[in-house]
Design a protein around this ligand. Structure first.
Ligand code: COA
Length: 329
């Protein structure tokens, strides 16, 4: 493609499991209340995938919708990038499993691990492949079955997360719309704030790791809260600057959905009204790598995003990782 042309999002898709777990349902599982969850997080319900559904199954369904939305056939996809922290298994990659389901050949496929910022990272990586001319149509998927790593005895975390998948197609733009800038950052010094301790090469599965519940997600919530606000503000500020824009140019912010109070604090910090933030946390909770992907798909389908809008995708998550993409829609 020409150096001058941008890479844009040609289609979007999503998939959410049917089963709804409400705050009321959680009151029967742990010592919590609808009032606490609603006021402290903004979440009212979340979706939970059934035992036969893995991240690749949800990712496949979101992918099919995104490919159709882009007006493409599956065989026109030449690269698949999947962002997930709940891959079906260590390997093969979830991207390869989705490729198999899509029934497409002659395609490259790989996963990335950047937790809740995974979709933002993957969009930026995909853009580079289209920009370089190596691939024409890149399928980017954020898919998570967080219920599979949630400790249903830990009220500090189990009320926060949900399952789902979102996807988009990146292709060369025919006009001046497309990705204007990306900003990606990481700091492993704070990795301890959010992690699944066991199951990897440092602490392989044993009876003891299972007895100690070390295969479940652990989080230091209030510490993360402060960092999240700071890093999301930084991501929006620097990505806009790289695009030659300012806060007043923003039409829509599609943020990672971890906590409504985080989003309101970011809104105050950058003085952009919260009405410009697309928020669906009340329906789905935090879906890590799928959150921003699903929010983008819904924002487009609900006409919250319109042609020509300046849109900022912004996320923050375990790693720690944070970043943003600025897109002219
Ligand atoms: N129901 C009822 N009470 C609960 C509860 C629940 N589900 N979870 C925690 N509490 C209690 C705590 O035990 C604590 O009680 P104590 O004061 O008696 O010790 C009290 O509520 C306050 O806990 P705290 O952790 O200070 O609450 P908070 O206001 O920080 O809210 C989070 C907790 C997790 C909602 C919030 O910190 C958060 O959203 N953090 C960021 C999460 C995040 O971004 N995660 C992922 C990054 S992508």
């Amino acid at each position: 493609m020409s150096d001058k042309n941008r890479v844009h999002i040609k289609g979007v898709g999503k998939y959410l499991p049917d089963k709804i777990l409400t705050n009321k349902d959680l009151e029967n599982i742990v010592d919590t209340s609808d009032k606490w969850i609603t006021t402290r997080t903004g979440i009212k319900q979340r979706r939970i995938a059934d035992d036969n559904t893995a991240s690749s199954d949800m990712g496949y369904k979101a992918s099919k919708e995104a490919i159709a939305d882009a007006g493409l056939k599956p065989e026109e996809i030449d690269l698949i990038i999947v962002a997930s922290i709940t891959a079906d298994m260590f390997f093969p990659s979830t991207a390869c499993l989705i490729q198999k389901e899509l029934g497409i050949e002659s395609v490259a496929a790989f996963d990335i691990s950047a937790a809740c910022t995974g979709f933002t990272y993957a969009v930026s990586i995909g853009e580079k492949f289209v920009k370089s001319g190596q691939y024409k149509n890149v399928l980017v998927v954020g898919t998570e079955k967080l219920s599979s790593i949630t400790d249903w005895e830990d009220r500090n975390t189990c009320v926060l997360f949900g399952d789902g998948a979102g996807a988009c197609i990146l292709s060369e733009s025919k006009d001046d719309n497309g990705i204007l800038s990306s900003y990606l950052k990481a700091d492993g010094n704070y990795g301890y704030l959010l992690k699944v301790p066991a199951g990897g090469s440092r602490m392989p599965a044993t009876h003891e790791t299972i007895d100690k519940r070390l295969h479940y997600l652990k989080m230091e919530g209030s510490e993360l809260f402060k960092v999240a606000v700071r890093r999301m503000e930084e991501s929006i500020k620097i990505s806009l600057k790289k695009a030659g824009l300012t806060y007043s140019d923003i039409d829509v912010i599609v943020p990672h959905q971890a906590n409504i109070r985080i989003l309101k604090a970011v809104s105050r910090a950058i003085n952009v009204p919260v009405e410009k933030f697309f928020i669906n946390i009340q329906k789905y909770g935090n879906m890590s790598g799928a959150s921003t992907a699903v929010a983008l798909a819904e924002a487009v389908k609900q006409n919250f995003i319109k042609k020509g809008d300046i849109v900022v995708l912004v996320a923050f998550g375990g790693g720690l990782v944070w970043g943003a993409n600025v897109i002219k829609w």
